[in-house]
Design a protein around this ligand. Structure first.
Ligand code: ATP
Length: 354
């Protein structure tokens, strides 16, 4: 059955990775229908918004969206794809491909996935002035902690719900079950600062424990987030599927990307119950925009995740192993990987190995 994909290239250097990724998909002659609404700078120049209604309709008509990254112009797209489509599980694989420029002495065998809860936590962005807090409740709570609520200051709300946590953990469990069939350990690791934030992160791990127990075949462990950060660098090979609240997931998936060759190689997918969108972990890389040297690996591997979501495993493996061959060969790597190839030369090499 034909799958419809909405393409939103994003801002700055992001189109330079999305366009060649789409060209690779086209070259594979898959059963895909591509929708390409006008967005970002082009839409603004045409006198409209960076994410006009027509683009929103295309996102809604599609089975999934392939997205670049935004520096603001296409922010409306991210809001729609995230809160509008309730994509609660942000899946960020951390897998080292031989030939990628890991700074670790022994990156062999790094192959785990971070499932970042994508809609809650501090990312609701609810902040304000301390004076807004109800002093009678909070004055009592902060007494003796060396914080003066009467002075100038700000607060931010960290919100964790049982429902939001449970659906992210359930997603992680299903992923662990699936990976077990592929020979991986089938383990879920829950990560949070539950020793300090007993209410919010406490609820996160309690819910994780309870949900994992419903998936008999899945092993379980817990780490305090600072211990996990250490483990991520010292023994990343021990990890399989890791689930964590939004903020930790954002930070630690960039750290994980660092261990396997950097942001240029880290893909992601954001999944809801009936929609998903796929984007590289990296931002818009404005510092290298227009130079033709941005690494398209993260965007291409995000497209691989999309093909798996569409249940097109043969196509997914074909594209994934072509990328792996380019790294094993080592002759057409981009500057972030220590090579001298342009984005275009890298993609030509991928096509040769396809
Ligand atoms: P954001 O706030 O959206 O994350 P940013 O500029 O802070 O944006 P990135 O865009 O992720 O962060 O870039 C961080 C650094 O990594 C920049 O120096 C950028 O050039 C580099 N970088 C990011 N993606 C790639 C890539 N695909 N190939 C090569 N370098 C990249």
């Amino acid at each position: 059955m034909t799958k419809r994909v909405c393409i939103i290239e994003g801002d700055d250097a992001a189109p330079e990775v999305v366009r060649p990724t789409v060209e690779l998909l086209e070259a594979m002659e898959l059963d895909l229908e591509l929708l390409r609404p006008l967005t970002g700078e082009a839409a603004i120049q045409a006198g409209g918004d960076g994410f006009p209604d027509a683009a929103r309709e295309d996102v809604d008509r599609a089975d999934a969206t392939l997205f670049g990254a935004t520096s603001g112009k296409t922010r409306g797209a991210v809001q729609h794809l995230r809160s509008g489509k309730q994509t609660y599980a942000n899946v960020r694989p951390i897998k080292w491909v031989p030939g990628a420029a890991s700074p670790l002495a022994r990156p062999e065998g790094i192959d785990y996935v971070i499932v970042r809860e994508n809609l809650e936590d501090l990312y609701l962005g609810i902040e304000g002035d301390l004076s807004e807090l109800n002093a009678t409740i909070f004055a009592e709570r902060v007494a003796g902690r060396g914080v003066d609520l009467g002075g100038a200051g700000r607060y931010a709300l960290k919100i964790i719900t049982e429902k939001g946590t449970r659906r992210a953990v359930r997603f992680a469990c299903r992923l662990a079950t699936q990976r077990k069939l592929e020979g991986r350990p089938g383990k879920v690791t829950a990560v949070a600062k539950y020793n300090l934030l007993r209410q919010t992160d406490g609820l996160f791990v309690e819910t994780a424990r309870d949900e994992v127990a419903r998936h008999g075949e899945v092993e379980y462990e817990e780490f305090i987030v600072d211990n996990f950060a250490h483990l991520q660098v010292t023994r990343p090979q021990s990890l399989d599927v890791v689930v964590m609240p939004n903020l930790y997931g954002d930070i630690l998936s960039d750290a994980g990307a660092g261990t396997i060759g950097g942001l240029g190689v880290a893909p992601s997918g954001c999944y809801g119950d009936d929609y998903a969108y796929f984007e590289p972990v990296h931002g818009t890389a404005p510092d290298i925009a227009g130079q033709g040297i941005i690494n398209p690996t993260a965007a291409i591997l995000s497209a691989v995740m999309m093909l798996d979501y569409f249940k097109m495993p043969d196509a997914a493996r074909r594209l994934e192993s072509a990328v792996a061959s380019v790294y094993a060969d080592g002759k057409a790597l981009t500057p972030d990987q220590g090579g001298q190839a342009t984005t275009g030369e890298f993609c030509t090499a991928v096509r040769r190995f396809m």
